[in-house]
Design a protein around this ligand. Structure first.
Ligand SMILES: Cc1cc2nc3c(=O)[nH]c(=O)nc-3n(C[C@H](O)[C@H](O)[C@H](O)COP(=O)(O)OP(=O)(O)OC[C@H]3O[C@@H](n4cnc5c(N)ncnc54)[C@H](O)[C@@H]3O)c2cc1C
Length: 327
């Protein structure tokens, strides 16, 4: 799309559950939002317009779909609903933001720029992957590799099975603890000989008789054609290779918020790089700039919470525009 030289009332950056929900609410409020949906990227992790759910198969926990829905199908519904009310789409990436001037100026990867009275940042956070052979292929094809235990752990394919979790921080302990409810055994594989996680999280996990720590091992290969059959590990001390048979692999080594394009914009980030919000609000430290979804939420990281935050940001943005007399 060729970008208009007029000032947009609201620009939404990102097209995951948060971005599309913000677009639905802004569009129904007659704000004619422009949604910059992003372009496909694969480095360091895959990112697609439509967001993280484009990388998964079954979504069983999004309300309103009693028999489940695939991630891409769900995002297609979001997009159609946003377009139905007049959301305009720009298929580009925002590479930098000038929030010091008014109107704000957003620069796109194509070199064009957009002027905007208000902005909703909904660029998400990508799960970090180890980079082992077959890991991403099996993660994106429903082959038993996942980056979210709360999302996928309860699926029938993992129940009563032996599973592996990669990681040693609090998130890995939380994910593994969740999986112990369904799995017959949960191996927690870590490249060092102690976990970084808090003692209380470790105690909670290892109170479960089916949790087993596997020390000093690095994941090098996920064995399996259509589905995972085993993981190949390398000992970080001796270098020896071994194979562990498992029916599922959960990678829990953190997330990277998509905030690099905010460098120099003046928007406050927290120590982990997520957008810092005012308590119970989607407002950032910059008047007229709001944030929603995983880009500002390292805690819940669910589609439904991201969508809820998108709604909140749109309502707050609409009120902000009205208070400024921008119609
Ligand atoms: C494998 C996997 C399975 C999952 N399964 C489930 C599940 O079953 N249920 C559940 O509730 N949650 C699940 N989740 C989590 C869920 O996907 C996220 O919580 C949710 O997608 C977050 O939505 P979001 O809108 O904040 O961000 P995202 O979905 O990450 O969307 C971000 C968007 O921003 C765009 N973007 C990024 N940078 C830029 C830029 N500079 N310019 C323009 N656009 C940009 C991207 O292209 C993308 O469209 C899963 C996650 C993963 C990784």
């Amino acid at each position: 799309m060729t970008v208009s030289s007029s000032v947009e009332r609201v620009v939404i950056i990102g097209s995951g559950p948060a971005g599309w929900t913000a677009a639905i609410y802004c569009a129904r409020a007659n704000l004619a939002p422009l949604c910059v949906i992003g372009v496909p990227r694969s480095d360091p992790a895959p990112v697609l317009p439509g967001g993280q759910l484009m990388l998964t198969t079954e979504v069983e926990n999004y309300p309103g779909f009693p028999t489940g829905v695939t991630g891409p199908e769900l995002m297609e519904h979001f997009q159609r609903q946003a377009k139905r009310f007049g959301t305009r789409i720009c298929d580009d990436d925002v590479v930098s933001c000038d929030f010091q001037s008014r109107p704000f100026v957003l620069t796109l990867a194509s070199g064009q720029s957009i002027r905007a009275s208000s902005v909703i940042i909904a660029t998400g956070a990508t799960a970090n992957w180890v980079g082992a052979t077959n890991e991403l292929r099996l993660a994106t094809s429903g082959g038993g590799v996942s980056a979210c235990a709360v999302c996928d752990g309860a699926l029938p394919v993992y129940r009563g099975k032996e599973l592996a979790v990669i990681g040693g921080g609090d998130t890995a302990m939380e994910e593994a603890t969740y999986l112990t409810k369904f799995a017959s055994k949960v191996y927690v594989i870590h490249r060092r000989d102690s976990f970084r996680a808090s003692k209380v999280m470790q105690d909670r996990l290892f109170a479960s008789p089916n949790a087993v720590a596997v020390w000093n091992k690095r994941l090098v290969n996920v064995v399996g054609d259509e589905r995972i059959e085993a993981v190949e590990l390398e000992d970080t001390v001796s270098g020896a290779r071994s194979t562990l048979r498992v029916d599922g692999l959960f990678v829990a080594i953190g997330h990277s918020p998509a905030t690099r394009f905010l460098t120099g914009s003046g928007v406050s980030l927290d120590e982990a790089g997520y957008v810092a919000l005012s308590t119970r609000s989607s407002a950032t430290n910059i008047d007229g700039v709001f944030a929603a979804g995983d880009v500002a939420d390292a805690h819940y990281r669910q589609a439904v919470t991201a969508a809820g935050m998108g709604c909140q940001a749109a309502l707050e943005c609409e009120r902000w525009l009205a208070a400024k007399g921008i119609h």
